[in-house]
Design a protein around this ligand. Structure first.
Ligand code: IPE
Ligand code: IPE
Ligand code: MG
Length: 244
């Protein structure tokens, strides 16, 4: 019986933290309050993920498209990144967590970019869970950027077109150092990828939680992991080939 399967812990979980705004609006609070509550959830879920032995946790914090939001909201989100990092860095160090960022950080203010990169640098020697925060990230940006780098390398004669294959393209993506996500989670009931890890999610198990991100807690995370444990990942093979 599937419910008796031993829990399979995904190595890499990727999360679209969605629903901060609706969480706040439903409480007659400003959207900012939702983003602040969402930052608290980040702390909880990072801790819980590390405790469960997850090797990498990728969080979608700000998409290439989120610049289209009102300027005030964008500013608040950027400030929250800065505050949260100041507040959490020590905790990350104590938990041996390695912080990394993916996305086009060149569009951020220099001050914020430096702060984020300094945070990553300070935790670079940590050997525990990798916490990858996607900021100004878009899956299409990632693939376009990889294509550009490959084209330049070919132009310079450092690469031949014959050497271009899937494995090689993966190595030019911002996630080159990470295995593809095993489990994708999106909160707040939206059933879409919203330009997250387009290439990397090709064979990821998708899980959608109805709760808004500020309400996503340890029990919700465990529900997602249990659901994942009961899936059969076939990678194109037949169920018989996978065997049970
Ligand atoms: C996710 O919550 C946070 C970011 C995109 C930064 P939203 O702000 O998208 O919340 P909803 O979807 O409007 O409820
Ligand atoms: C995706 O959420 C981006 C992040 C969570 C950072 P959105 O709320 O921006 O996605 P859409 O626009 O509703 O698809
Ligand atoms: Mg949203």
């Amino acid at each position: 019986m599937s419910s008796m399967n031993a829990e399979v812990i995904p190595k890499h979980i990727a999360i679209i933290m969605d629903g901060n705004g609706r969480w706040a609006t439903s409480r007659k609070l400003p959207r900012a309050a939702g983003h602040r509550a969402g930052a608290e959830t980040v702390r909880r879920i990072v801790k819980a993920s590390a405790e469960r032995g997850i090797e990498a946790l990728t969080l979608f914090a700000f998409s290439s498209e989120n610049w289209n939001r009102p300027e005030r909201e964008v500013k608040l989100i950027m400030e929250l990144f800065s505050w949260t990092l100041s507040r959490e860095l020590k905790r990350l160090q104590n938990a041996n967590i390695r912080l990394e960022f993916i996305g086009d950080l060149s569009a951020l203010s220099e001050k914020l970019r430096k702060k984020l990169l300094a945070g990553a640098e300070k935790t670079a020697e940590n050997t525990g869970m990798k916490l990858v925060v996607a900021v100004n990230y878009g899956g299409r940006w990632d693939i376009t950027n990889a294509t550009l780098k490959i084209a330049r390398a070919v132009q310079l004669g450092d690469l031949t077109t014959e050497s271009i294959n899937e494995q090689m393209l993966s190595e030019y993506l911002s996630t080159a150092h990470l295995p593809d996500p095993d489990l994708f989670i999106r909160t707040s009931g939206e059933l879409r990828i919203s330009n997250f890890l387009m290439w990397q999610l090709a064979y990821t198990e998708l899980y959608f939680a109805d709760v808004h991100w500020p309400d996503f807690d340890e029990a919700e995370l465990d529900k997602a992991i249990t659901d994942f444990s009961n899936r059969q990942r076939r990678f194109g093979k037949t169920p018989e080939q996978i065997g049970e």
